[in-house]
Design a protein around this ligand. Structure first.
Ligand code: FPP
Ligand code: MG
Length: 318
């Protein structure tokens, strides 16, 4: 099945799972079903279910539940970030206000979990997905505390991106193993794959913000820098510079006006320390780990499609 027909199947499932008890919730549903999201989480779940030999139809249900959790977390996130635009369209909070947006997110979560309880293996699946909800919330709380702190320790940054992105990707691949009746060891390995994939996604996003192609990605560059949000490129830079340079960076980062006027010095350090290349190589190494895992399964249309999706995550090294 190609990606377009897969996306259509997931949209039909989302339409089935999400209720529309009130006029506003009808709009929420339309918002999720026709959001323009790439459905990467459900599609990854599908590739894994097929690769592991699953013969049932519930991959569509579990995939859609993962997408619903993702959509609910974005409704909440856009309130927290006071975001007005997502994927080129006005956000729910911009259109209907913060309160409606938060409650709609809660409603989506309830629809997803209610549907999950009707599935085979609902017990283990519930464990997997409630862990995601817990980690999403912890990740967001930690991020609120640390995101502007240029001295954020590496393990804290890793914990935040694990909670924000890795956890749900890990659930998508682990749940495929659970549906397919794989043993505990294989399920743990699949989870680890998803967690690494989530990390790659997040760091790729960080990379694109500084070094991306504005016209190809449709995203304005240097948003994280302007907002003073510390991401992987800045963490890598801090590891490479002298004590004095670190002090200068800290002073600059903590004063928005100085951060903006010191932009040339900052980007000069990026050049000097080759941060773009180091980050691209780091991503490449992680993607190779993922490809190595996929090669451990017999070659099929699904492993080919998964390899293709992984290749597409590479960023240019130069
Ligand atoms: C996007 O981050 C946000 C997330 C991936 C997770 C948000 C999680 C919560 C708000 C916790 C509560 C949610 C639930 C449903 C339990 P970003 O702001 O870095 O990226 P963006 O540019 O896409 O907004
Ligand atoms: Mg946000």
């Amino acid at each position: 099945m190609n990606r377009n027909s897969l996306s259509r199947q997931f949209n039909d499932k989302l339409d089935e799972i999400i209720g529309e008890d009130l006029p506003l919730l009808k709009k929420v549903k339309k918002f999720v079903v026709s959001s323009g999201g790439k459905r990467i989480r459900p599609i990854t779940h599908y590739y894994f279910s097929m690769m592991l030999g699953y013969k049932g139809r519930e991959w569509a249900d579990v995939g859609a539940i993962g997408e619903i959790i993702h959509a609910a977390s974005l409704l909440h996130d856009d309130v927290i970030d006071d975001a007005g635009i997502r994927r080129g369209k006005p956000t729910m909070n911009a259109l209907f206000g913060n309160k409606s947006s938060i409650l709609s997110g809660d409603f989506l979560l309830a629809c997803g979990l209610e549907h999950l309880m009707k599935l085979p293996m609902s017990g283990p699946l519930l464990m997997i997905f409630t862990r995601v909800l817990r980690e999403l919330s912890t990740g967001e709380l930690l991020q609120m505390q640390w995101e502007s702190d240029v001295k954020i320790p590496d393990p804290m940054y890793e914990r935040i991106i694990h909670c924000k992105t890795g956890s749900l990707f890990g659930a998508m691949t682990e749940s495929a193993a659970v549906l397919s009746g794989s043993g505990a060891d294989e399920a743990a390995r699949c989870r680890q794959f998803g967690e690494i994939m989530g990390r790659v996604f997040q760091i790729r996003d960080d990379f694109i913000d500084y070094f991306g192609d504005e016209s190809a990605n449709g995203k304005e560059l240097f948003q994280d820098y302007r907002r003073g949000i510390v991401t992987r490129p800045v963490i890598l830079l801090r590891k490479e510079i002298s004590f004095r340079e670190k002090k200068a960076l800290e002073d600059m980062w903590n004063t928005p006006a100085r951060r903006l006027s010191g932009q040339d010095m900052f980007f000069g350090l990026f050049e000097k320390k080759n941060i773009r290349k180091k980050l691209a190589v780091e991503l490449e190494t992680e993607i190779h780990k993922l490809m190595h895992f996929v090669r451990g399964y017999s070659k099929s249309q699904y492993t080919d499609d998964l390899m293709e999706a992984l290749r597409a995550l590479m960023v240019p090294v130069q």
